[in-house]
Design a protein around this ligand. Sequence first.
Ligand SMILES: Cc1cc2nc3c(=O)[nH]c(=O)nc-3n(C[C@H](O)[C@H](O)[C@H](O)COP(=O)(O)O)c2cc1C
Length: 279
Amino acid sequence: MPDDSEITLSPPERALHERYGTLMGPPAAWNDVLAALLAHRSVRSYLPDALDPGTLELLVAAAQSAATSSNLQVWSVIAIEDPARRERLAQLAGNQRHIAEAPLFLVWLADLSRAQRMADRAAAPLEALPYTESFVMGVVDAALASQNAAVAAESLGLGIVYIGGMRNHPQAVAAELGLPPQVVAVFGMCVGKPNPSVVTDVKPRLPQCVVLHHEQYSIAREAEGIAAYDASLTRFQQKQEMRPVGWSGSILSRLKGPGSLSGRHVLREVLARMGFPLA
Ligand SMILES: Cc1cc2nc3c(=O)[nH]c(=O)nc-3n(C[C@H](O)[C@H](O)[C@H](O)COP(=O)(O)O)c2cc1C
């Protein structure tokens, strides 16, 4: 029986194969948007070249085209090109070198401060703002906007990687970026031309039988799906010359205790100090 690599696949079949690390059969439909979405991979090595003029504004237009809760638009983004500031942010994110290397670093913000200023100017009450729901709206809005920008960047041949490390030291990040109260960095995103000498591959995801439920939640095929995923991620890690630890072990160790949260176990208290009481 031929192994997967010996079977000739159409481009859509190959894209699905890479996404799941297993043969999937032809998709029901295919187009350039689907091809771009399925080809996503995080990029952690960049050329120093600046982006073409107008690229940032195009990415922000894509970001602003995302849906937003009640059209509140409770998010903002800061574009950082200054190498010294990128270096300081790299340090704050656990010395992640790609932040210093990429020509553009975007910090995506949950931003309730604009609504606060509007209410202040209008002398209007704003009693809904301190609730957890408002904070969640800001985080969701920032996430949807940033993912649109990510897809737009990738469609232009650029690479991106999200940086959750912005939450390791949220107050120091806020000081570096001059954030007012009621604004917090949800995550960052490196953007740049991928370094062609560092090959990145599509990282397989969990089989759909683990994440897709029909009508009601079901764990009937969860264990089998996770076992299959451990095997496909181990193959991916071997190919990338990474430690072949699979998925389950690394997830359990990432979540085993507050010590593995890179200082973020105190996030709720820090958010309260930054103007998010999370009532
Ligand atoms: C919110 C968020 C935060 C992330 N933070 C980091 C980070 O700080 N550093 C990093 O190298 N990758 C980070 N990543 C990238 C993930 O590790 C990556 O998306 C995941 O391993 C899947 O790999 P892929 O993006 O190549 O498919 C982050 C991703 C997300 C969505």
